[in-house]
Design a protein around this ligand. Structure first.
Ligand code: AMP
Length: 449
């Protein structure tokens, strides 16, 4: 193998592939094609960026016949609205020359508009589980004609707590159907779902979690604390020729906002942010601006970034070290796609070092370490969560104040006292303002002193 000719596709699909300028099938496409065509249940283990959408869609489109019926025959379930839009767009590009109707439905928008769209009829329905269930309950969508069920990003889906909704939906589907499932990682939750609902599925897997992606260069920095990470990040990003399109990962939305504000202060207008507290419109705008190159920096959390189809990312910067090594694999998989060379940089504190080691164990690869450039200021300021626990006899809030254990002793090189008009002092001062409950308590405590 391998060439698209080996698939014996109908000519309309070949024309679309030519238009897309895809030269050959990706490994997951090569492996999944015959299994999906055979009608057997299939579990594909593949990360975003491997071409998995086409891996299941191409054989399904190959088989799909023209119909005018109202109710969908193919159901694709995905965890997020962003992914609905992306999958719909993908299918439309593959099915450009086929007379096929594709509809995407997702929560957070007017359900009545979607009911009307459903009433017009569709062949392929792409949906998030919650909205799909509501539409099915209100009889706007009937699922009894579904022949093919695709569940994409199952791991994320279960992570977001959709198991119950998936099971409800399974009950509305006909028993006789083909199940096609894709997941980036195999977790015990995913295994359980397969055991309960799939019939002797064939497993196809290309990137066993733990295989480092070969065209990604990886590096790491040991960094003493959050604000030094901010200083290092902004220092690196100054090199605009190198950091042309950088995806900055942080583990939670609060840090995402802080990091974004910091980056924005240095590179006003060059950066954007997405996380689950941002509105749908805000997120879509951020993604578009980054994708089109208007902004070269995108700060994101793990869940938000999954499933995004972002091209030509030059750098993935892991502002913090993921607690689950698989998440690191997901993150770095966003760069080095489609034959481009990618780069990943990991920042880790002493507290995060065990997580870094777990990642290295999983990959069986030691990430080359770099030393922080001497012109990066080492901050003395600590975030509330980095501060050592201070016990206050009369403070009922103290458990919420407590850091997650004592912060590590500074290394000799980090004991430098920084007195200049440094950026981290400005930002630390700024964050003394009670912005959140945590910070408010932190101020209370400081004022008591
Ligand atoms: P996915 O993993 O489905 O999100 O796909 C990742 C990206 O790879 C998308 O931008 C696809 O358009 C692209 N892609 C899919 N199949 C191929 C292929 N055979 N050759 C080159 N690019 C592809």
């Amino acid at each position: 193998m391998s060439s698209f000719e080996d698939f014996n596709l109908k000519k309309q699909l070949n024309y679309a592939i030519e238009d897309l300028r895809f030269e050959k099938p990706t490994p997951i496409q090569e492996q999944a094609f015959s299994v999906v065509m055979s009608g057997k249940d299939i579990v594909g283990i593949a990360q975003t960026g491997t071409g998995k959408t086409m891996a299941y869609m191409l054989p399904l489109l190959q088989e799909l016949t023209f119909s005018k019926q109202i109710h969908p025959r193919i159901l694709v379930m995905v965890p997020t609205r962003e992914l609905v839009l992306q999958v719909v767009e993908n299918i439309e590009s593959f099915a450009k020359y086929i007379n096929v109707r594709v509809l995407g439905v997702y929560g957070g928008t007017n359900i009545n508009t979607q009911k009307q769209l459903c009433a017009q009829g569709t062949d392929i329905l792409v949906a998030t589980p919650g909205r799909l269930y509501d539409l099915a309950l209100s009889k706007a969508v009937k699922l009894k004609e579904i022949k093919k069920l695709v569940i994409d990003e199952v791991d994320v889906m279960l992570d977001l707590g959709f198991r119950f909704q998936l099971i409800n939906i399974f009950e509305l589907l006909p028993n006789k159907r083909q199940n096609i499932m894709f997941s980036a990682t195999m977790t015990s939750d995913v295994e359980a779902l397969i055991d309960d609902f799939f019939i002797a599925p064939e497993k196809v897997s290309i990137a066993v979690s733990g295989t480092p992606l070969e065209n990604i260069s990886q590096e790491c920095y040991a960094v003493p604390n959050f604000y030094t990470k901010v200083n290092l990040l902004t220092r690196l990003l100054k090199d605009k020729d190198t950091y042309k399109k950088a995806l900055v990962f942080v583990s939670n939305k609060r840090s995402a906002d802080v990091v974004f504000e910091a980056v924005e202060e240095f590179f006003g207008g060059e950066s954007c942010v997405i996380h689950s507290n941002k509105t749908q419109n805000y997120r879509m705008r951020s993604i578009r601006q980054f994708d089109e190159g208007k902004n070269r920096i995108l700060v994101t959390t793990d869940v938000m970034a999954r499933g995004l189809d972002l091209d030509k990312i030059t750098h993935v910067i892991n502002f913090d070290t993921p607690n689950y090594p698989e998440n690191y694999m997901h993150r770095i998989g966003r760069t080095g796609r489609a034959e481009h060379k990618g780069n990943s940089i990991l920042f880790y504190t002493e507290k995060e070092e065990p997580f870094k080691e777990a990642i290295e164990d999983l990959m069986n690869y030691e990430i080359p370490a770099l030393t922080i450039p001497s012109n990066v200021e080492i901050s003395e300021e600590l975030r509330p969560e980095e501060r050592p626990r201070i016990l206050e006899a009369d403070n009922p809030d103290q458990t919420t104040l407590a850091s997650q254990g004592s912060f590590h002793e500074k290394k000799e090189k980090n004991k430098k006292v920084n007195q200049g008009g440094s950026y981290q002092r400005i930002i630390a001062k700024k964050y003394k303002k009670p912005k959140t409950k945590g910070d408010k308590n932190y101020n209370k405590r400081n004022n008591k002193k």
